[in-house]
Design a protein around this ligand. Sequence first.
Ligand SMILES: O=P(O)(O)O[C@H]1O[C@H](CO)[C@@H](O)[C@H]1O
Ligand SMILES: O=c1cc[nH]c(=O)[nH]1
Length: 248
Amino acid sequence: MSTELQPHIQLKDNFQAKYALLPGDPKRVDKVKPFLTKTKEIAYNREYRSLLGYYKNIPVLVVSTGIGGPSAGIAIEELANIGVTTLIRIGSSGALQDHIHLGDLIIATGAVRDEGTSKAYIDLSYPAVADHELVSALSHACVQQDFPYHTGLVRSHDSFYTDREEEIDHYWSRKGILGSDMETSTLFVVGALRGLRTASVLNVVVPSKGNLQSGINDLAHGQGLPAKGEENQILIALEAIASIDNKR
Ligand SMILES: O=P(O)(O)O[C@H]1O[C@H](CO)[C@@H](O)[C@H]1O
Ligand SMILES: O=c1cc[nH]c(=O)[nH]1
């Protein structure tokens, strides 16, 4: 473990926090605050905004990773350098299946590696998989809280605006992929290579293109469903941490 100041996240101490929640959006850090006690903003450099707080007396870091694999990869490496061992992404996602609604949670068991960052580390035949115990703790928390959730594969990608987005989404939808994001596969691959425990819970903010009516019905709730999904994902990530910590 290093006590050197990490150049991007600008932290040199994990404040005894072995656990980190990783939103992409720095603004989501604010949404985590009400769930924690004794919160303190400890750094904000580029896309990396860091908060320290306590959940059921367990120290937890919340660090935003920005958009995409490259910035997420840097955050993961630098958090590992300062001694964080368990990282849970709390991200947003577009649904690729018609039965998945806005505000539902997707707990990724694995991810299609359709991005460049994890490829820079290791061949594509290396799998991007979540930590089994964390997936189980997250699913259990959803059942306990009665939150709508799905477990399965997601696709992490690098582009939003190519001319082929619809075709690409359609392809992966037909292969049974639940939703898309941009960081989960990097987290799983870099995490596994560095001996970290990782998981990703995604809040659905864009409906499946194959089910416009369901999307329209969901959207009639305005931002209510995604906002609720965001709260739900934070709570279950923290509950999963508490349950894992309890077993030690
Ligand atoms: O809301 P976050 O966690 O950033 O996640 C999703 O939103 C961003 C794209 O709009 C990408 O980072 C994608 O993975
Ligand atoms: O549709 C979406 C929404 C968030 N993130 C994605 O990658 N895709």
